[in-house]
Design a binder for this molecule. Sequence first.
Ligand code: BES
Ligand code: MN
Ligand code: MN
Length: 462
Amino acid sequence: MHTVKEYIDKNKKRFIDELIELLKIPSISADTAFSQDVLNTADSIMKSLKEAGCDKVELCETPGYPIIYGEKIINSDLPTVLVYGHYDVQPADPIDLWDSPPFEPVIKKTDIHPEGAIFARGACDDKGQMYMHVKALEYMTSEGKLPCNVKFMIEGEEEVGSESLAWFVPRNVEKLANDVILISDTGMIANDIPSITTGLRGLSYVEVEVTGPNRDLHSGLYGGAVANPINILSKMIASLHDENNHITIPGFYDKVEELSQAERDEMAKAPFSLEAYKNALDIDDVYGEHGYSTNERNSIRPTLDVNGIWGGYTGEGAKTVIASKAYAKISMRLVPNQNWEEITTLFKNHFENIAPKSVKVKVTPHHGGQGYVTPIDNIGYQAASKAYQETFGVVPIPQRSGGSIPIVALFEKELKSKTILMGFGLNSDAIHSPNEHFGIWNYLKGIETIPYFYKYFSELYK
Ligand code: BES
Ligand code: MN
Ligand code: MN
């Protein structure tokens, strides 16, 4: 019999090598050129779950990419933990900005990760964090330390909106029945300041198209006399925030829940250095909604951001042209209570309303989802907190995150269970950015902490 620490020490190299192999497959769900790679990754997850001790592993077909389901049921009287994760990754571009190829993982030391970090797309989001659960299961099954039942549900479309999972979950409520859902797909404050994520923002993602004249025009012959869609789109986008950086869409804030001063004071206790924050991003100042702190702006407040904008001539040199069309992709991060479909409609109506007659506007919704907050007075949170205390030696801080995992709200609705978000990544790990990485210390710490969650959850459940 080994402690989890001894087991990790003994198997560390293999754990790292296995993750590296998984990271070599470019499972980019957004780009159909990689669909075979996404499917190959699903197969690889199946194999890993079998090897880690699942009694039953299934590839569940959906209208999109398959969902990998695995389970080890030891006794139906014992509680069941459902682990969720995703095997798809974000596109790697801009590839030029990577110091090493995104799908050729390398281990490098950094200031924050002196023990080394694995650099690859998906290292932290979410292959590395998902695989911690597979290795934690391996430890628990091979050392006879699994105290309850476990189910795995690993999907391949998280980065594109989890449409197939939203189809799958209501059709498999019985199969997915559980007492708590456990996810590692978020972050923590720092390696010496562990935190448990207690909130996620919702999302509404739309694309807009502004059309002016029926063809591209000479900007001298027509300039000044017809609407330039790029000028108009820029103006329209600029008008979506007022001088206090409040969003101007009528009704946008109607359902936003204002936190009490006591709750805000509690939040403000979390360790945070504005100087370090600015330094890490090479910015001279932060920017955001008037009346809120940086941590509030990126967690308890809704936002509207342009994610991409294009149109006209962007090649080398200068071309004098008034483009016929201009486009932008816009995301709105929402807080719990804001309904994403309602917000999408508010946006669409407003955007169409503010367009001058000289252009036509088309708004296409992409995807979205509800935000989520979890209370901390439940045994899932308490079990997680005790697990961190065991392996980090300090009490973790509850923290609401700005990111989104829209499917979590659906889990609560369909499966009626709470989700515990035990993330081991850091904000500096560059998820979705070039040079994404995941600290080896974090990876191994996750594997070490997870079995304690099972232990304490099972104890508290009695
Ligand atoms: N794992 C992230 C979400 C996340 C990261 C939450 C860090 C909290 C902290 C997830 O893979 C993600 O990127 N979600 C998307 C939304 C999705 C619908 C594309 C996001 O937040 O942009
Ligand atoms: Mn993720
Ligand atoms: Mn992501």
